[in-house]
Design a protein around this ligand. Sequence first.
Ligand SMILES: Nc1ncnc2c1ncn2[C@@H]1O[C@H](COP(=O)(O)OP(=O)(O)OP(=O)(O)O)[C@@H](O)[C@H]1O
Ligand SMILES: [Mg+2]
Length: 232
Amino acid sequence: MKNEPILRIRELTKNYRSGSRDLTVLNKVSLDVDRGSTCAIVGPSGSGKTTLLGLSAGLDVPSSGSVTLNGIVLDLLTEDEKAQVRSSHVGFIFQSFNLLPSLTALENVMIPLELKGDKMARQKADELLGKVGLGDRADHYPAQLSGGEQQRVSIARAFANEPSILFADEPTGNLDGETGATVEELIFDLNTDAGTTLILVTHDLNLANRAGRVIHMKNGKLFSDSLTNSVS
Ligand SMILES: Nc1ncnc2c1ncn2[C@@H]1O[C@H](COP(=O)(O)OP(=O)(O)OP(=O)(O)O)[C@@H](O)[C@H]1O
Ligand SMILES: [Mg+2]
């Protein structure tokens, strides 16, 4: 259904066991995100932003609660099935890059394309690296790249499968002002040109305020939401 939210989260909870007690890092969070919208998540370190993103993309398993992504309920899917959903619908820019160290920049960007059997994988990956300003670094391994350059490879990889939803965890956190501005434009262009839904985590309030909706998190809960003005 076109009108249904692209992301629907209900009572999502994540606990970790710490010694003899349970630590609740995400506490019954419910959230709907509209298709084609842009949404920023802000909040102090440790408030659960990365946890919420990982669970929303099916990269992590909740303690309880439900996630529906693009109409697909993730809760009962196997890891392989969730990987398939990500391959078809999701781009993810990790706070910690998550590049494969044994692959070059180009090969890292090719992964999502090869997983889909795209015969133009090499050429498309090359173009994407050019877009993030790394055309001349295609053959470098992650260890030979600076933090900001690794971040840009991870951004190119997230764009590769033309996702309908892009999760970006601090996408400009490791970049200088100029490169950060370029990356910001690339991400928002993806929304304008391809209608990709954006969910960004950021500490940069200027970036957050570019999004149509800003959600503040605190202690594993949504603290305020500029769209609904409600606290759940
Ligand atoms: N595997 C884990 N085991 C135990 N605790 C964890 C684990 N992963 C995350 N946490 C805890 O969950 C809480 C939320 O972490 P999360 O990474 O979601 O925070 P964040 O809001 O993204 O913070 P930051 O802004 O620093 O990136 C933190 O207190 C963290 O220590
Ligand atoms: Mg984080």
